[in-house]
Design a protein around this ligand. Structure first.
Ligand SMILES: [Fe+2]
Ligand SMILES: [Fe+2]
Length: 750
């Protein structure tokens, strides 16, 4: 990167941070409202994304897609299965036989024609002779063309009653029914193998008869020979031949397909079909994670969509989610007030939650992009988030935020508890383990450990969720990638967060503890006494915080910075006065007091300009609490007594506070007064030092200065001990420790 672009980058960062601080100044006035608006915005986003998933999840998925998670029914659903209903209808329709109108009149008509024919034959047979003339005559009146057949007719006419036989055959054919359709086309009208014949009987009543397709005669394929033979089995061949041909002339369809009646029957039948209802129970899995979505699954999914987008579901979901948000805000406000009240930390936590939600929402896209099937929890660098959240806040806040993120993620992936558990376990372990890290380099081990956790969980899931080998290997790889990314994120974002949010971090404190910083050098030159005092206070405070398990680095830096306000008028403070030049001799005690008091206010301003973290600024503000500047107050009272001045207001001689709110600030307060008092001691013994420390701590305690700082009596005891040790080490003269044997001896003597 060239110097130019580096400069440009710096400018951009500077501009962003300027914009941010402007914005921060603006919103500071309406702090609470702004926070609530942000939280509500986050709530709306989560609500929109998760209900969008509700509505969209099924449309995002197509037949043949792999389910990205267990798709479950979210509430009891009853719906009409149109496909099944249609199948049922079709089934019923196929059981309906086509209706044919059965014309009985045709047989009678044809019988008359047969009579007419044979009347003529009888006439010719009687009138003409010989045999040849009969045939000629028959031909001339076009009775029949075929001479051969006429021959058979006239040769056998008398002894054989062809007339009756023909009628008999026709009756058999017509009674069974003749159709000009073929069996295939009838089957296509209804696959029952039957038809319904409908006719009116002599009384005019409608009669319907079921008939088998096999029993019908099909005009084109009637085997007359067989019909005749079936009635007259012993008839001579030539006579059968005649009847065959003759009867065929009188056969025409007497069965006509009645479409109207058939359709009516179908409509009636359909009306009787009840819709097929389907019931889906809440929690029932439609498609399992990793399984292919079949056509029937997809149909159910589409049904589910109809119900999921129902307003009642959405409304219920809105209420649940809103309740969760409000609960979180309340818990946050009650259990982590410092973080809740600080707009920066609040913003920072919201942004983490937002990113996690976004990643969870987008994970199916990642899956399709990478062509893998991995759970959403493997895509969220939750370990990195957890480490950052923990290092920038505290245990309680970290755990709650992680729980919150896992609940929201669960909402987003359709209530998949596996994701919920993974996020929670990985997040919690990252928080606990990162709290134990002493060196930055160990972070990489933590990254590998997170990867290892993922693989163990992955192994467990293979059992629970029936992972395929491919899914298992992909998830294993992703788990380790996640661990490494988590560490990169936490290490990379850390300085950025420090910078933008001006947060207190160990690294920031390390930076501030450098005595070569300009502010410290200035203090050394302009107020060498204060510089020296600050170093001593820092040492004492560090030792004491170590003894009670508070933040020792914060206490040390707090010690360095607590009196930087004295840079305004360093010569007005006793530690910087060398020789007899006491500036306060020439001014009124009330003025002296306000000059001394102003070092707190100025210190706060200076620290603000130096962009020192709020925790340090608080130490500066609180390190005198609301204590009395007794030196000047006494002087003022003496002046009143001697008549030099009027009655004095006690509050003029009191620091404005507030009283220490943190353990570290309280320890700085105690160390400050102990260090100042110790300067007056000459050749102190250990016991004298210890007594002095105890007295000063008691004084502050009884004055109520330690009421807001959560130090316990046990802590105070430990602080007292460590102050005494540090002080005794600071005094170069060897201090005689009381001899225990001597004490015993004295005790025994008494
Ligand atoms: Fe001070
Ligand atoms: Fe001080």
């Amino acid at each position: 990167m060239s110097r130019e672009s580096l400069k440009r980058m710096k400018n951009i960062i500077k501009k962003i941070s300027e914009f941010y601080s402007d914005l921060a100044a603006q919103v500071k006035k309406h702090d609470m409202a702004f926070k609530l608006i942000l939280a509500f915005f986050l709530f709306l986003t989560v609500f929109y994304l998760s209900t969008n998933r509700f509505r969209k999840e099924q449309f995002d998925l197509k037949v043949g897609d792999i389910a990205p998670y267990d798709i479950k029914i979210k509430r009891n659903i009853e719906y009409v299965d149109y496909i099944k209903t249609e199948e049922k209808r079709k089934d019923l329709i196929s059981k309906i036989s086509p209706v044919f109108s059965f014309d009985l009149g045709i047989l009678e008509e044809e019988k008359k024609k047969v009579d007419a024919f044979f009347d003529k034959v009888l006439e010719i047979d009687n009138e003409f002779d010989p045999f040849e003339r009969k045939i000629e005559q028959a031909k001339s009146i076009k009775l029949m063309k075929d001479a051969n057949l006429l021959k058979i007719l006239f040769l056998n006419f008398k002894e054989n009653n062809f007339r009756n036989k023909a009628k008999e055959v026709l009756t058999k054919i017509y009674n069974a029914g003749v159709t000009d359709l073929d069996p295939e086309s009838i089957t296509s009208l209804g696959q029952t193998g039957n038809i319904i014949k409908i006719y009116n009987n002599e009384q005019g009543e409608e009669i319907s008869i079921r008939a088998r397709l096999d029993d019908l005669y099909y005009l084109k394929t009637i085997n007359y020979f067989e019909v005749v033979k079936s009635i007259y089995s012993s008839l001579r061949w030539d006579k059968v031949q005649f009847l065959n041909v003759y009867v065929k002339r009188h056969v025409r369809p007497n069965l006509l397909y009645d479409k109207k009646l058939t359709d009516e029957k179908i409509v009636n039948a359909i009306g009787l079909v009840k819709p097929v209802g389907m019931k889906l129970k809440k929690g029932q899995v439609i498609v399992r994670y990793g399984e292919e979505i079949s056509e029937s699954d997809f149909k159910i999914l589409k049904e589910v969509v109809k119900y999921s987008s129902e307003t009642s579901v959405i409304r219920g979901y809105f209420v649940v989610l809103l309740a969760l948000f409000i609960l979180s805000l309340l818990i946050f406000k009650i259990y982590s007030p410092a973080i809740f009240n600080n707009l920066k930390t609040f913003l920072f936590l919201l942004s983490f939650i937002f990113i996690a939600v976004l990643l969870t929402y987008l994970f199916p896209n990642f899956n399709s992009f990478l062509k893998v099937k991995i759970l959403s929890s493997f895509y969220i660098p939750i370990g990195g988030f957890a480490i950052l959240i923990h290092q920038l806040t505290n245990y309680a806040t970290s755990f709650w935020v992680l729980l919150f993120i896992s609940i929201l993620s669960m909402f987003l992936v359709g209530f998949n508890f596996v994701d919920f558990i993974i996020i929670l376990l990985i997040g919690f372990s990252a928080v606990i383990l990162s709290g134990k890290l002493k060196k930055r380099i160990y972070m990489w081990y933590l990254g590998l450990l997170i990867g290892l956790f993922y693989s163990v969980l992955n192994l467990g899931m293979t059992g629970i969720m029936n992972f395929s080998e491919e899914q298992f290997l992909n998830s294993l790889l992703m788990g380790f990638v996640n661990g490494i990314i988590s560490i990169i994120i936490s290490m990379g974002l850390y300085p950025l967060f420090e910078y933008f949010f001006n947060m207190l971090t160990e690294y920031k404190l390390m930076e501030l503890s450098d005595l070569n910083l300009p502010i410290m050098k200035r203090l050394l030159i302009e107020g060498p006494g204060t510089y020296n005092h600050s170093i001593l206070v820092a040492n004492m405070a560090e030792t004491a915080t170590l003894a009670i398990g508070a933040n020792s680095l914060l206490a040390r830096v707090g010690g360095y910075y607590h009196d930087i306000g004295k840079l305004e008028n360093p010569e007005y403070f006793i530690e910087n006065q060398f020789g007899d030049d006491n500036k306060h001799q020439k001014i009124k005690p009330s003025i002296s007091s306000s000059i001394v008091k102003s070092h707190v206010k100025y210190g706060e301003e200076l620290a603000g300009k130096l962009k020192v973290p709020i925790e340090i600024i608080n130490i500066i503000k609180e390190h005198h609490g609301t204590t009395m500047i007794s030196f000047f107050y006494r002087k003022a009272l003496e002046d009143v007594k001697s008549g030099k001045s009027e009655k004095q207001d006690m509050h003029t001689y009191k620091y404005e506070g507030p009283m220490p709110t943190s353990k570290e600030a309280a320890i700085i307060m105690l160390a400050d007064s102990v260090e100042a008092a110790s300067r007056a001691l000459k050749n102190p013994s250990y016991t004298r030092l210890q007594n002095m420390v105890r007295e000063l701590i008691n004084e502050r305690f009884l004055d109520g200065q330690l009421d807001d700082c959560s130090l316990t009596l046990m802590d105070l005891k430990k602080i007292e001990e460590s102050f005494s040790h540090v002080l005794s080490a600071m005094f170069h003269t060897r201090i005689e420790y009381p001899d225990q044997n001597q004490i015993k001896k004295l005790e025994n003597e008494n």
